[in-house]
Ligand binder design. Sequence first.
Ligand code: MTE
Length: 327
Amino acid sequence: MLIGKPPDIPSSAITSKDRYLNRRRFLRGAVSGVVATGVAALGAERLAEVFSPRIGAMAGTKLETVKSPLTTTGEQLTSYDDITHYNNFYEFGVNKDEPAKNAGGLPIRPWTIRVDGKVKAPKTFDIDTLLKLRPLEDRVYRHRCVEAWSMVIPWVGYSLSEFIKLCDPLPSAKYVQFLSYYDKHVEKWSLDQAISWPYSEGLRMDEAMHPLALLTFGLYGEVLPNQDGAPVRIVVPWKYGFKSAKSIVGVRFLDKVPPTTWNDQAPSEYGFYSNVNPNVDHPRWSQKTERRIGLPFYAQRRTTLMFNGYADQVASLYTGMDLKRNY
Ligand code: MTE
């Protein structure tokens, strides 16, 4: 983002989730024979430590889901491999392949979200309570990065509004801020960048209450891999991807616009609203088209849609606003 438009890294060939998992299973099978011999040498206690969810061994855990009417249909899903190996998660490095390599140490249990600011009373929610709060929905959304690449991702979660209702915001709460987990010892790659951590993002309250805004726990029917923002992240499908804070531990309700990471870094390049808008170019590149990750080269380039294709649902949130000024 700030460091420039990334080179068009050729993405891997399309791999379906099944093929991807079969490949992994095969590798796991091959490895497990070797591991089994070593396991006998390890004490049970040590084993529990090695495979503890605290170090992210929940990846692959299935989630029970229901279908959602809010799902986007008709577009080919981006492969699991691409969704989990072409990431932006600057706490774990600036290159797209680094989060998958480096995020293994993210301590995803125990995990809580602290809610404060303009609320009746501050509260703390445990991730396992949140997972059971509502039926988890399968929702396929288009995912458009400000760097002009895109994916189609089958997320798992429920509307953020359901969570916000539980937070009891006061009428004076006009904005909501999301704060990501930050520990420089776990995320040592963050120290190489002049970013003020933790990663922070925000929405206007009516945006946050829109049913499409998703409190997200998984993808492809499984818990989120760490590099995609485990154990819980925000997804706002009509906005550029950077609005979707990963691995959130804090939700703060405010009466004014919250400070946000990329807006702080370069306000002329990354506005607070950051709605996907093909008519407003980034100062350094066009937003008219995008490159769909994982497709054959000749099929990648496509026209970017206003509000990322969700105009029918969300355009009314911005009636009367100048979207060139409020980029
Ligand atoms: N959240 C945190 N905590 N740190 C980050 O660096 N990157 C953002 C957003 N959320 C980021 C983050 C950006 S720039 C994008 S495009 C999306 O996450 C990428 O999500 P993905 O890796 O799941 O595709």
